[in-house]
Design a protein around this ligand. Structure first.
Ligand SMILES: Nc1ncnc2c1ncn2[C@@H]1O[C@H](COP(=O)(O)OP(=O)(O)OP(=O)(O)O)[C@@H](O)[C@H]1O
Length: 826
């Protein structure tokens, strides 16, 4: 049992401006001190006794510049080590909204180097698991989200979650021993790092998709990612089970500070309530002589029961934002951490017997008891002994007689047939001995064991010693050859695997998949339907592959939207990095192939050499041939070893590259989902605003407003008129000189022309004619409703406003709107 207080660490989030209100003093022996200096506010009055200095002690405080790698090494690696040994562990992040909890636990969504504790711990655990040769590990993953006191299973891939409520609800059950069980929370088996990461991304994607502007669940929910590990030593019946909870708590902001109302206030109350209950549990645990700990008050404390004061090694990370406006919250986070540090946990090794092995042992026992009973009651077996059983009995008798110790017994079990057979064997030995004595009374007296040995040998082998020797040698050579063939087969399989990996990586670089992978043609999420063409094969990706393609207009609009999105640069950077890594992987794959061929060639030579030596051995002096060291063979072995070493290092590097490539692909996938969500939001807003102005325009037309009111010329822009006339040619279009803007303008003009032709107008009409004709056809016959509902309008409006914003930056939004209305309310 390991008795240990909960470890507390502090992490300061980087600030834009240098912050002078705090200082960090990390000391090796006594821990670290974090000090806040809050100057007195003169507005609080002349007499002001408010404290100015607040000092808190942590195990270690990580200042702004500390990287994710260091956080993992200091906080998560020791916990991961104890998980592998069989202890439970928990790491939880606590702090106000935006202080870096998710960044610390899961990591940033943009760069590979920003990976947080979860992906790094998974990587470390699987690396260690693959190294432990005598241990067999099984890993399962679960991912739970608690929102407004209700638990949701984030790893559900069966339902399409467009709302959090679509995910399966998780219920808490308690058994008579007060153990907590989570009903409906799926435990997904993950055999390797790749599968575990896919599960993490599936959970995060479910979390993101279920989120709406009114339900920013990610900041207002608690998330618990759990790795369940089961370890068994080969051949042993004892199992060790351990759990690692990695917890991202909701923001700890006080309700009064948030100034919320309505639905958000309800949520804030729930968060405050569950964090309040967490605090109560912690206070109760830190007080001596408290018998009742109020775990059952909330779902969070029930789930984390073991982590708080129970059988677990627990670590807390207090995330701190040190801007002046956040100081109160940061100080209260530190106070919370100080109380947490008083809790003592008692972690024990969670050992149990493997039920399958126990059953097998009990079955054997039952069988032997049955046999014993049969002997006692006289119900004996009457079928004959098999050849194998007879052979085994002969060996037992021989060993019994050879043993010089007189106390040794012959253990045969309760089977009378076996006992009788052994007696007859012994009788034969004694009779044989007497006969020999009668034949040669002058001979030396032999031991009974020697007689049996002789008899056994004489009865079973009549061939000459030389034939035996040759047979033995032949068998030895056969064995050698079959071992070599096995080795060759293994190598071939490994090489095929490497080639398959390489082909996968190479394929993901093919133009088609690159397009899909690198988001170059990816309009996808359209209400409930999506299309994705990248196929890394993980559940997160499979989950998203469904639904038909979007309209061309919407696709084009998506591309334009994507170009200006805030994440565009990051996506481009990741694409570039992915390309570099894929090129490197390809190069390594080629090197691997070459190395494999060299190894195969060397092995062929080695086999030949050995065959030759074996043949020499048979013909010449076999003993000499065996003992003498062949320099050619030695040299070949040395070369093979060198090549194998190179092969192993290259494979190692390729494995690391593969992990990085998969992570980058998943980051791009996630960016893609986010882009689609943002685009969908913008698209619906745009469509409804266009519809609204359309209705207004129709109303104006019906009430007989003069057309001139819609055709007022934009301030001082003759170019506008060139565009709004129907005789359009690229020479009559004012271009900006900027390649992108000009392409947009021309695309817009082409689209507009096609729009005209779709509503049955020719380019020779005057503007008013087109206007009247289209307007009347749309209003009176309702001929082209798709122009509005199909989303053509928002796309053109977007192109138009983007293009003309470039030319006339001074043009206000309302001017642009009027221009758009005029052009499209035709
Ligand atoms: N140590 C850090 N280094 C760089 N960026 C950081 C760091 N910590 C946080 N950030 C950035 O700050 C922003 C907010 O962080 P994050 O989402 O992790 O906060 P949070 O505490 O989880 O908030 P919430 O309670 O809303 O979930 C993110 O954009 C994140 O990338």
């Amino acid at each position: 049992m390991v008795k240990q207080a909960i470890q507390i660490f502090g992490r300061v989030k980087p600030t834009k401006k240098p912050a002078s209100v705090y200082s960090v003093d990390n000391e090796e022996q006594i821990g670290a001190f974090l000090e806040f200096v809050v100057p007195r506010d003169l507005a609080d009055g002349f007499v002001n006794n408010k404290r100015e200095c607040y000092k808190f002690r942590f195990q270690k405080v990580f200042d702004q510049a500390v990287k994710q790698e260091e956080i993992f090494e200091n906080i998560a690696r020791p916990v991961a080590d104890s998980i592998l040994d069989g202890y439970n562990g928990t790491i939880f992040a606590y702090g106000q909204t935006g202080s870096g909890k998710t960044f610390t636990i899961t990591g940033g969504a943009e760069r590979y180097s920003d990976r947080g504790i979860i992906p790094r711990t998974l990587s470390y655990l699987y690396e260690r698991i693959s190294q432990g040769s005598s241990m067999v590990y099984t890993t399962h993953i679960s991912y739970l989200e608690i929102y407004n006191e209700i638990g949701y299973d984030l790893l559900d891939s069966c339902h399409e979650a467009s709302r959090l409520e679509d995910l399966p609800k998780v219920m808490i059950m308690e058994d008579p021993d007060q153990n907590i069980h989570l009903k409906n929370l799926s435990l997904q088996h993950s055999a390797n790092e790749e599968e575990a990461l896919n599960l993490l991304f599936l959970g995060d994607t479910n979390r993101m998709i279920a989120e709406t502007p009114m339900n920013q669940a990610s900041t207002r929910s608690h998330c618990i990612f759990t790795v369940h590990l089961c370890r068994r030593e080969q051949g042993s019946a004892t199992l060790r089970r351990s759990k690692l909870h990695l917890v991202d708590l909701a923001g700890s902001d006080r309700v009064s500070k948030t100034g919320l109302n309505g639905q958000l206030l309800t949520e804030a109350k729930y968060i405050n309530l569950s964090l309040h209950y967490l605090e109560q549990v912690i206070i109760a645990l830190s007080e001596k002589n408290r018998t009742h700990i109020p775990y059952r008050n909330s779902m969070l404390t029930s789930v984390l029961r073991d982590s708080l004061g129970g059988n677990c090694m627990t670590t807390m990370i207090a995330t701190l934002a040190v801007e002046k406006r956040n100081l109160d919250e940061s100080i209260s986070t530190c106070r919370f951490a100080q109380r947490v540090a008083l809790i003592k946990n008692e972690a024990i090794l969670n050992e149990e017997l493997d039920p399958t092995l126990v059953i097998a042992r009990l079955k054997r026992e039952v069988q032997s008891l049955k046999e014993e009973l049969a002997m006692v009651t006289g119900e004996q077996k009457d079928d004959k002994l098999t050849v194998e059983e007879i052979q085994k009995l002969e060996e037992l008798v021989k060993a019994f007689l050879d043993e010089p110790n007189p106390d040794v017994t012959l253990s045969l079990g309760p089977d009378m047939r076996k006992i009788q057979h052994c007696f007859s064997l012994l009788k034969m030995v004694i009779m044989g001995k007497q006969g020999q004595r009668g034949n040669s009374s002058g001979d030396k007296q032999e031991s009974p064991a020697a007689t049996v040995s002789e008899e056994v040998i004489q009865n079973s082998h009549h061939s000459t010693a030389e034939v035996n020797k040759l047979k033995e040698m032949l068998m030895q050579r056969n064995n050698e050859i079959s071992i070599l063939i096995k080795m060759l087969k293994n190598e071939k399989k490994r090489a095929q695997d490497a080639a398959a990996q390489l082909a996968y990586i190479t394929n993901s670089q093919s133009p088609a998949s690159q397009n899909a992978l690198m988001l170059s043609t990816l309009p996808a999420r359209d209400g409930n339907t999506e299309i994705f063409s990248a196929d890394p094969g993980g559940p997160a990706i499979r989950y998203m592959k469904r639904g038909p393609q979007l309209s061309i207009e919407k696709q084009e609009a998506f591309e334009t939207f994507m170009r200006d999105h805030e994440d565009h640069l990051t996506i481009e950077d990741n694409k570039k990095l992915l390309k570099q890594r894929a090129t490197e992987a390809r190069r390594l794959g080629e090197q691997l192939n070459e190395a494999r061929e060299r190894i195969n060639e060397l092995k062929k030579q080695l086999v030949m050499q050995r065959k030759q030596r074996a043949a020499h051995g048979v013909l010449g002096n076999p003993k000499e041939a065996k003992e003498e060291i062949d320099p050619v063979e030695e040299n070949l072995c040395k070369h093979i070893e060198q090549e194998k070493k190179f092969y192993k290092t290259t494979i190692g590097r390729l494995k690391v590259l593969r992990t990085e490539i998969e992570h980058l692909q998943l980051l791009l996938e996630r960016a893609k989902v986010k882009l689609q969500k943002d685009f969908q939001k913008w698209w619906s807003q745009e469509a409804s605003s266009v519809q609204e102005s359309e209705l207004k325009a129709t109303a104006r037309c019906h009430t007989g407003l003069p057309r001139g009111s819609m055709q007022s010329s934009p301030p001082g822009n003759p170019g506008f008129w060139a565009l709004s006339t129907t005789k359009l040619s690229s020479s009559s279009i004012p271009l900006t000189g900027d390649q992108q803007a000009d392409a947009d303008i021309l695309a817009f003009v082409r689209a507009r022309q096609s729009l005209f032709s779709r509503i049955g107008t020719t380019h020779t009409h005057t503007h008013t004619q087109i206007h009247m004709c289209a307007l009347s056809s749309k209003i009176s016959h309702n001929m082209h409703p798709t122009l509005l509902s199909g989303g053509v309008m928002p796309y053109y409006t977007l192109l138009y406003s983007k293009a003309y914003k470039t030319i006339w930056p001074q043009l206000s939004c309302s001017d642009l709107c009027r221009v758009c209305c005029m052009l499209f309310k035709i």
